[in-house]
Design a protein around this ligand. Sequence first.
Ligand code: NAP
Ligand code: ZN
Ligand code: ZN
Length: 349
Amino acid sequence: MPNTNAYAAPAAKAPLAPFAFDRRAPGDHDVSISIKFCGICHTDIHQVRDEWGAGKYPMVPGHEIAGVVTSVGPKVTRFIPGDHVGVGCFVDSCRTCPDCRNGLEQYCTVKTVFTYASTDNSGQPTQGGYSDKIVVDENYVLRVPDSLPLNGSAPLLCAGITLYSPLKHWKAGPGRKVGIIGLGGLGHMGVKIAHAMGAEVSVFSQSLKKKEDSKRLGAGELYATSDPSTFEKLKNHFDLIVNTVPAASNWDQFAGLLATDGALVMVGVPDNQVPVDGFKLIARRRTIAGSMIGGIAETQEMLDFCGRHNIASDIEVIPIQQVNEAYERVLKSDVRYRFVIDCATLGQS
Ligand code: NAP
Ligand code: ZN
Ligand code: ZN
């Protein structure tokens, strides 16, 4: 009998279905984790549908993992059974390149081992968190603050750090005006975190439907991108705009909303090129940039920040058996604001 129950996409674009496989035997430095909850990130949908051409099947998606330590290898020093822990988008890296040494393991120049759709350093395929257990080297395991609920913490491991990292890098804080494009899983974490950092936060959404929610989450204003006057009245206004939209965007119009030295940062993965009029950048020393998740130390810093500020994700918990319907709802922006799988339902019919 395989030791792990999961749901996997058997082939590109196929619906997820029950799947069982063996996790590796824990080594000296490994932590064995009973997965309690796993968030559904839009990346899981891109990967299952092979939209980036990097899919490996069968694929067990999931990189917003929250669980409880069940056992530790003899050389593990930082965790003991019973600890609340998280695993995010990667589970290993080379550990020696300049990026790894600078705590930027997500940009490892040799090889970041992603939590799924990747291969580990022994050549085995990695499988993610839509499963009931995982074995991870302690250096890539995060501590979840006891003050936070485990289910609402799961999305911090990807959505939370993906917004925390650029917000910190581009200095969101008091006196700074921050815009978040797209109020989904990533976007709603961006609003909560930027607000807690002390910035003045605005949301850009396709319509005004999420206006009340955006205020509750900490935004001062929500603007509809369908309304052309949005782009007239906010010219030169923002110090930082983070775009979470998983599709094409009117980049050139958003670039025009940046103040001098402002940055427009993509974290959502666009499905086409990013055209911007060069004069828009030159005339105000504006920047267009990208950002990917965050390193291990920064992810721990984000979790501790969220623990201090009592920030978790707004979630809808589902049994694994509803995962395919949940994907369809994510694609329609019909979730407020993150689906989280109750992994106790794995292995049930
Ligand atoms: P999500 O929950 O689906 O949220 C995306 C939001 O974007 C939606 O709620 C919607 O907000 C808006 N939106 C959706 N489709 C749109 C369209 N066609 N045009 C305009 N706006 C649209 O997705 P997510 O999990 O937050 O992920 C967002 C993107 O980030 C994905 O591409 C994912 O792969 C990527 N991602 C990147 C990183 C990284 O490290 N850079 C990490 C995680 C995820 P409104 O209803 O408010 O318009
Ligand atoms: Zn993700
Ligand atoms: Zn490296």
